[in-house]
Design a protein around this ligand. Structure first.
Ligand code: ADP
Length: 547
C-alpha cells in the first residue's frame, strides 16, 4: 500500500521559502571589523532571488557549478541559498587550500562562475588563470568596489560587481521545481593525503542533515537563538549551521574575516550569540583570551558551543565550563557525512565526574546515521567498549561515492570507511583513538596519539600538544610529543612524562620530546601532523629524550 502523504520535495529552496517567509524577521548579522551590518531573512530571500536571476542571465543553467571564495558573511549565505534553489550546484572553495589544490578542485568540479569576496580578490587572482572552466567572476562585499578588478580581468574571465548585478536583476525570479535527489552543493575534503576528493550533497541530504542539526541533542535550535558559525562555510558546510538556522528562524551572526580571539570576543559581546561552532584550536585561543580578560563574560548568553573537527580535549571543555560558564559539546563527523554524525552528550542518569567519560568521546550517532566497528580483515567487531577497529557509517546524509573519483577502498558493502579508528560501547557511544594514518604502532600494540594529546593538554603549562609516531629500530614506532607551552612557562620533559604517567600506561609514554612555538595547522585549522613528521625526518626539530 502506498501512503496517502503528499510528495513534498525536501529541498534547499524549501528551507529558503520557509526561512524568508515565516522567519522573515530573523537576521543575518555580518562583522565589519569595527561593528556589523545586518539584513533580515526576508531580505535574504529577495536578494537570493536577484542573485539567481543574475546568474541565470550569465548563462548558469542545469547543474552548472557556482564556486564561492568567501568568508562567512551575508553574501555567502545568499549564494548558499540562491545557487541550489535555482537548480545549480554550489561549490564552496576552501580559501586556505594550497594553490595547486585550489586549481585542482575548481577544474575537477568544472566551476563556471566564482563569487569572490572583495577582500580575497588578490588571493584568487593568483590562481584564476588556471581555472579552466570559469567564465565569470562576481566580486561581492563592502570591498568589492575598491578591489583590483583589472587583475582579475587579466585572466580573461568576465568580471562583474555583485551589487551591480543584483541591482539590475529581478526579485520575482521564478524558482524552478527541483528534484530532492539532485545535487545541491559540493565540498572537497581538505586533502591531507593526495588530491582532495569531492562529495556531492543532495537537496534531500542537506534538508535532513539540517533537521538533525536542529535536534535537541545537537544544536537544539529555535527562533530565539542567535547562531555564530565560526567554522567556515567552506569547511563541511559550516557543520550545517547556516541551513539549520534559516530552517528554524535562528538569527545568524557571521564573523567574516575577523577570526582571532580578540575581534571574535568583541563581536560576541556586541551580538550575544547563544550557540556557536568551531574547531578546538579556535576555542583554545578564545579560552586564553577570556583567562586574560576577566571583564569579558559570554556566559550570560552563550548556552552552547559545538566543537569538533578533531578530538576535543576534556581539559578545554572543563576550563571553559568551570572558569567561564560556557558549555561545550563535542560532535564528530566529516565532509563525507555532511558532516554531523554523532554528538557527545552523556547518557541519562550519568552525573558528576562520570560525565567526562562520555563528553570526552565522540558520542552517540544521530538518527539517520548507522555505524559499526570493523577489524583488519573486514569483519564486524562487537560493540562492547573494548574491540578497536575502523569506524564505518552509512545513512541519509553519508556519501556513497566521491565525485568523478573511483575510490573503492573507501567503501565497504555500502558503508563508508571513515579512516577513523576507535571503539563503540554497548550504549552506542563512539570513542575514537586515532585517524588510521596517525595511529602509532609500537611493538605490535597501538598507541593512541589522541589520548596522549588530551592527557598532555590537561597539564596547566601546556597550551597545545601534538603526538606523532617516529621510526624506532626496536619497537617499529615510538611516540614523539611536540609541545607548545603557555607564555612564560618552563617545564622539563621529565615532568611532563611524570604527569602523563598518572593517566597513561608507562609503555605508551613518549620518549622523544620537542618544544615548538606553534602546532602547524591544516587549511581547516586541524593539527597538521604530516608537517611535524617531515620536520622530524629533516632534522628540524630540537628533540630531547626522556625515558
Ligand atoms: P579532513 O579529512 O580534510 O580533515 P574533514 O573535516 O572532513 O576534513 O575531517 C573529518 C575528520 O576529522 C574525521 O574523519 C575525524 O578524523 C576528524 N574529526 C572530526 N570530528 C572529530 C572529533 N570530535 N574527534 C576526533 N576526530 C574528529
Amino acid at each position: 500500500m502506498r501512503s496517502t502523504m503528499q510528495d513534498y520535495p525536501l529541498t534547499v529552496g524549501a528551507i529558503l521559502r520557509h526561512g524568508s517567509g515565516v522567519h522573515g524577521d530573523a537576521q543575518v548579522v555580518t562583522a565589519t571589523g569595527d561593528g556589523s551590518r545586518a539584513q533580515s531573512y526576508a531580505e535574504l530571500g529577495r536578494r537570493a532571488a536577484r542573485l539567481a536571476d543574475a546568474l541565470r542571465s550569465l548563462g548558469v543553467t542545469g547543474d552548472d557549478r557556482v564556486g564561492t571564495f568567501q568568508w562567512n558573511n551575508g553574501e555567502h549565505l545568499e549564494a548558499y541559498f540562491a545557487v541550489p534553489s535555482m537548480g545549480a550546484v554550489l561549490h564552496t572553495l576552501n580559501i586556505r587550500l594550497f594553490p595547486d589544490q585550489l586549481t585542482y578542485i575548481a577544474n575537477h568540479a568544472a566551476d563556471k562562475v566564482v563569487v569572490v569576496d572583495g577582500s580575497l580578490v588578490g588571493l584568487l587572482a593568483q590562481q584564476l588563470p588556471t581555472f579552466e572552466t570559469v567564465e565569470h567572476v562576481l566580486v561581492a562585499g563592502p570591498e568589492a568596489a575598491s578591489a583590483d578588478l583589472d587583475r582579475l580581468r587579466s585572466s580573461g574571465k568576465q568580471v562583474h560587481l555583485y551589487e551591480e548585478l543584483l541591482d539590475a536583476a529581478d526579485e520575482s525570479f521564478a524558482w524552478p521545481d527541483v528534484d530532492e535527489l539532485d545535487a545541491a552543493a559540493m565540498c572537497y575534503t581538505s586533502g591531507t593525503t593526495g588530491n582532495p576528493k569531492g562529495v556531492v550533497y543532495s537537496h534531500r541530504s542537506s534538508y535532513l542533515h539540517s533537521m538533525a542539526a536542529c535536534m535537541g541533542v545537537a544544536g537544539g535550535l529555535t527562533w530565539t537563538d542567535r547562531v555564530l558559525p565560526i567554522v567556515p562555510m567552506f569547511h563541511a558546510n559550516s557543520w550545517g549551521l547556516a541551513y539549520a538556522s534559516v530552517m528554524t528562524g535562528a538569527s545568524l551572526l557571521m564573523p567574516d574575516r575577523w577570526l582571532q580571539a580578540e575581534p571574535l570576543c568583541r563581536f560576541m559581546r556586541e551580538t550575544r550569540p547563544t550557540v556557536s561552532g568551531a574547531v578546538p584550536t579556535v576555542w583554545n585561543e578564545v579560552l586564553s583570551y577570556l583567562d586574560q580578560h576577566e571583564d569579558v563574560d559570554l556566559s550570560s548568553h552563550l548556552r552552547l558551543v559545538l566543537c569538533g573537527g578533531s578530538a576535543v580535549p576534556v581539559s578545554l571543555q572543563k576550563a571553559l565550563g568551570e572558569r567561564h560558564g560556557i558549555s561545550m559539546v563535542q560532535a564528530w563527523g566529516m565532509t563525507e557525512t555532511s558532516p554531523v554524525a554523532s554528538v557527545a552528550r552523556p547518557p541519562a542518569g550519568v552525573e558528576g565526574e562520570d560525565v567526562w567519560h562520555y563528553r570526552g568521546g565522540q558520542g552517540r550517532l544521530l538518527p539517520g546515521v548507522e555505524g559499526r566497528i570493523v577489524g583488519d580483515s573486514g569483519e564486524v567487531l562487537p560493540a562492547d567498549g573494548s574491540a578497536v577497529g575502523e569506524m564505518e557509517v552509512r545513512g541519509a546524509w553519508v556519501t556513497a561515492a566521491y565525485y568523478r573519483d573511483d575510490d573503492p577502498e573507501r567503501f565497504h558493502d555500502g558503508w563508508l570507511r571513515t579512516g577513523d579508528v576507535g571503539r563503540l560501547d554497548e550504549l552506542g557511544y563512539l570513542t575514537l583513538t586515532d585517524r588510521s594514518k596517525d595511529v602509532i604502532k609500537s611493538g605490535g600494540e597501538w598507541i593512541s596519539s589522541v589520548e596522549l594529546e588530551n592527557a598532555l593538554m590537561a597539564h596547566p603549562d601546556v597550551q597545545e600538544a601534538a603526538v606523532v609516531g617516529i621510526p624506532d629500530e626496536k619497537w617499529q614506532e615510538r611516540p614523539l610529543a611536540s609541545v607548545v607551552l603557555r607564555e612564560g612557562a618552563r617545564v622539563e620533559p621529565a615532568e611532563l612524562r611524570d604527569f602523563l604517567a598518572k593517566s597513561v600506561a608507562r609503555w605508551q609514554l613518549p620518549d622523544a620530546w620537542a618544544f615548538i612555538d606553534a602546532v602547524p595547522r591544516t587549511s581547516v585549522g586541524k593539527f597538521d601532523k604530516k608537517v611535524i613528521r617531515r620536520w622530524y625526518a629533516d632534522g628540524e626539530l630540537d628533540v630531547s629524550r626522556a625515558d
